[in-house]
Design a protein. Sequence first.
Length: 117
Amino acid sequence: QVQLVESGGGLVQPGGSLRLSCAASGSIFSFYAMGWYRPAPGKERELVARITSGGSMYLADSVKGRFIISRDNAKNTVYLQMDSLKPEDTAVYYCNFIRWDRSLGPWGQGTQVTVSS
């Protein structure tokens, strides 16, 4: 079972930037996609960004134009570049792999992002 470790969170002022990393213990190329998630009202977690093994990207409307997801298959790492951060982006961010049947792997500890002045 591939294990995932998120890092890069912290405290940042509104308008600031952070880069989150998700390091996998094994190959991420075999999965359908890798995604970044955060808690949302009425649901356990919402999908913030996703990148498929072929490089296709999805971004939630709330982060379009501010966040970018990328992957480095050689390093088995996925990144989330977060710019123009807003207080409403404050959350624990989790990464996960999405299998070809669209099921998810086990959740890790996540990394806390706090946007506050």
